[in-house]
Design a binder for this molecule. Structure first.
Ligand code: NAP
Length: 246
């Protein structure tokens, strides 16, 4: 499905990013695993991919720093000669009610989730424009569509990702580059693990399929959008949420 393609996945050490990296490698892509802190997880993932006959390298970069995002793209292209797919998955949350939220909590979330996505797209697009081919997939969230109590910073960042996805999709379409977003619902990862039981129960009650999602189920949607099967799809937001919002 992705044979011969080169892909960068940001925040690939854990959770959804790890699942995307594993699926991409399984589909034949050469993968660049970006991480910021998760060095041991990245080393383990590199080994798993190599053991199953895949090709992968790891590059450390904080995507919220433009120079590091730029170097990530540059190093990836230096290693594999081209860049077909960029998945902007790196993300954090710093939840708090509006009146208690600090400027720092607001800025950290915007800087990584929104600006990090901007920096990586900006530098990847320069390569993809020359190639006249590329697929960018940005991981948003259903929270960016519905909003959520205690997540004004996170919702703003993820709504921003959707607006940016549609704008960049329009900008790059004439050069054969597609840009789409995937909006997961409640997926079992480190990010959702620490939520209070009350929040988990309320979320579960809102999911028609009656269960939380698995990272591999988000990866499935991302793999589809990264493949030639999705060549006529751009500027879209694909929800992977068990029917949570519809
Ligand atoms: P996670 O398990 O907490 O993993 C977050 C990943 O982002 C880690 O690999 C982390 O790398 C990386 N990261 C954070 N800041 C970074 C930075 N500045 N530069 C580079 N990498 C950075 O979270 P997850 O649940 O897999 O979430 C992945 C994405 O899906 C996020 O964008 C999240 O908002 C989105 N999402 C998740 C859910 C859900 O229910 N889990 C729902 C909707 C959307 P290090 O460990 O190396 O710092």
């Amino acid at each position: 499905m992705l044979k011969g393609k080169t892909a960068i996945i940001t925040g690939a050490g854990r959770g959804i990013g790890r699942a995307i990296a594993l699926q991409f490698a399984g589909h034949g892509a050469r993968v660049v695993l970006n991480y910021r802190k998760s060095i041991s997880q990245i080393e383990e993932l590199l080994q798993v991919i190599k053991d199953s006959g895949g090709e992968a390298i790891a590059i450390k970069a904080d995507v919220s720093i433009e120079e590091e995002a730029k170097l990530l793209i540059k190093e990836a292209v230096k290693e594999f000669g081209k860049l077909d797919i960029l998945v902007n998955n790196a993300g954090i949350n710093k939840d708090n009610l509006l009146i208690r939220m600090s400027e720092e909590e607001f800025d950290q979330v915007i800087n990584i989730n929104l600006k990090g996505t901007f920096f990586c797209m900006k530098h990847a697009a320069q390569v993809m424009l020359r190639q006249r081919f590329g697929k960018i997939i940005n991981i948003s969230s259903v929270i960016g569509i519905t909003g959520n109590i205690g997540q004004s910073n996170y919702a703003a960042s993820k709504a921003g990702v959707i607006g940016m996805t549609k704008s960049v999709a329009r900008e790059l379409a004439s050069r054969g580059i597609t840009v789409n977003a995937v909006a997961p619902g409640f997926i079992r990862t480190d990010m959702t693990e620490t939520l209070p039981d009350k929040v988990k129960e309320a979320s579960m009650a809102a999911i028609p399929l009656g269960r939380f999602g698995d990272s591999s189920e988000v990866a499935g949607a991302v793999s589809f959008l990264a493949s030639d099967m999705a060549n006529y799809i751009t500027g879209q937001v694909l929800q992977v949420d068990g029917g949570m919002i519809m």
